[in-house]
Design a protein around this ligand. Structure first.
Ligand code: UD1
Ligand code: CA
Length: 459
């Protein structure tokens, strides 16, 4: 597509949110609103996104600093036109400019693509994204002449009765020819009811200079819905969530209860995977085909391959290979890597460890900073003792080893291939290949002791 710059207005205070957090940083489906707009700008291949910030600018900058954007500062909020003026120096003369708001998280890339196409095909110099609202109160209205050509946008506060009855409203998003927009910005005044510099004036300015301006109407009104309050924030959340889940269902994912399933935008899910109620999938998570993600499971930034079954567990920044079974109540903390067909059972915590194909930790274990080989059995209650209060150390358990129940492996330590650690042992030295290692007191029986102590209970 054309050379596009996106200008995203995010300088306003958003007083109706009643918040210390700048409005555009409030999250919808786990992501600050303004980031959704940046995503959409990327989707339409904008070469550059310029975010205009003002209210709590530092906070906004810090929160989205990792994104590929440039910031323009609007010190005082003197109106939408004034906000765009602050971005002017970053806009190249060639190509198109998309003007967007940081608080309309539901706008879709395909809608903006359609707007751009309409703009180009119609040979317009400026095109407004509009919608028909039954109740247009509060919005700028689109004034057309008797032939239906767009003439101007009039703000509610400046509108006469006839103009107020117009139901076609200005979404606040536009596509402009860059150079003409920049020239028009110089001509905007604050001669209006609110004494603000209105970006909406650009339409009339272009039109008066003989340029062709147009309006592209959206069907899906949610697209242009702005968030000004917590109630609207919850609506946006609901809309976006439904949209995301519907897409997954259309692509072959079963979602048992969409009202109680939370999947963020970047998550990918394979065919025939089933999501049970209460599932939360966040960040850059990728789930394979034929998986069962059981109720109340939370997975963040993790890769889960095909045919994995997870029940009521938490997985963060980890990798799970094909055919594993996890949970209930397992916790894979960052940098855990499970091989194929690994079993992690109830109340098992894994952290910064790899556990290779076919190994099992079926119940009540802690595996931290470890490298566990293939077909290893980690018994009930095993603890990888990785921390001495100061430093962390690594343990290695090689292929086919057996670590009995209630064993402590005090790191750094190695259990060699096929090593067999007897239950209850506290292992501080290497267990050689194929050896049995017992590291506990032998059992001693003292006959008659209970009676001698007068502790014998009579039936
Ligand atoms: C604006 C439009 C109106 C449109 C409506 C759609 C103008 C004059 N009016 O009205 O036609 O129907 O949006 O929602 O443009 N902002 C800044 N700096 C400023 C002022 C605003 O960054 O100095 C940002 C705000 O943070 C907000 C957006 O621009 O994200 C819109 O500002 P707002 O004051 O809400 O505009 P409206 O009066 O609603
Ligand atoms: Ca508004």
């Amino acid at each position: 597509m054309n050379n596009i710059s996106a200008v995203i207005l995010a300088a306003g205070a958003g007083t109706r949110m009643k918040s210390q957090i700048p409005k555009v940083l409030h999250k919808v489906c786990g992501k600050p609103m303004v980031e959704h707009i940046i995503d959409v700008a990327e989707e339409v291949n904008a070469k550059k996104s310029i975010v205009v910030i003002g209210h709590k600018a530092e906070q906004v900058k810090e929160a989205i600093g990792h994104r590929e954007v440039v910031f323009a500062i609007q010190k005082e909020q003197l109106g939408t036109g004034h906000a765009v003026m602050q971005a002017e120096n970053f806009i190249e003369d060639e190509g198109l400019v998309l003007l967007l708001y940081g608080d309309t998280p539901l706008i879709k890339g395909e809608t903006l693509k359609a707007l751009i196409n309409f703009h180009i095909k119609g040979d317009f110099q400026g095109t407004i994204l509009t919608a028909d609202f039954e109740n247009p109160t509060g919005y700028g209205r689109i004034v057309r002449d008797h032939e239906g050509n767009v003439v101007k946008i009039v703000e509610e506060k400046d509108a006469n009765e006839k103009e107020k009855s117009i139901t076609e409203i200005n979404s606040g998003m536009y596509c402009y020819h860059a150079k003409l927009l920049k020239e028009a910005l110089k001509k905007i005044t604050n001669d209006n009811q609110q004494q603000e510099y209105y970006i909406t004036d650009v339409i009339e300015i272009l039109r008066k200079e003989g340029h062709k301006v147009g309006a592209f109407k959206v069907e899906d009104k949610a697209d242009i819905m702005g968030v000004n309050s917590r109630v609207q924030l919850a609506w946006a959340e609901k809309f976006m969530r439904e949209g995301i889940l519907t897409k997954h269902m259309e692509e072959g994912v079963t979602i048992i209860d969409p009202k109680n399933t939370y999947v963020e935008k970047n998550v990918k899910i394979g065919m025939d995977t089933v999501l049970y109620p209460g599932v939360i999938l966040k960040g850059d998570t990728k789930i394979g085909e034929d998986c069962i993600i059981g109720h109340n499971t939370r997975i963040e930034n993790s890769i889960i391959k095909n045919k994995v079954q997870i029940q009521s567990s938490t997985i963060v920044d980890s990798f799970v290979d094909e055919g594993c079974t996890i949970g209930p109540y397992a916790y894979l903390r960052p940098n855990s890597k499970l091989g194929k067909k690994v079993k992690i059972g109830d109340f098992v915590e894994v952290k910064n460890s790899s556990i290779d194909d076919g190994s099992k930790a079926s119940h009540l274990a802690y595996v931290g900073d470890a490298e566990v080989g293939k077909n290893v059995n980690i018994g009930c209650g095993v603890v990888f003792v990785n921390y001495d209060g100061k430093n962390k150390y690594k343990s290695i358990v090689e292929d086919n080893a057996f670590v009995g129940s209630n064993v402590n492996l005090v790191a750094p330590v190695v259990v060699r291939k096929g090593g067999y650690v007897a239950t209850g042992s506290t292992i501080t030295k290497e267990v050689p290949e194929g050896a049995l290692s017992v590291a506990r007191e032998r059992q001693k029986n003292i006959a008659g002791w209970v009676e001698r102590k007068g502790l014998l209970k009579k039936d």
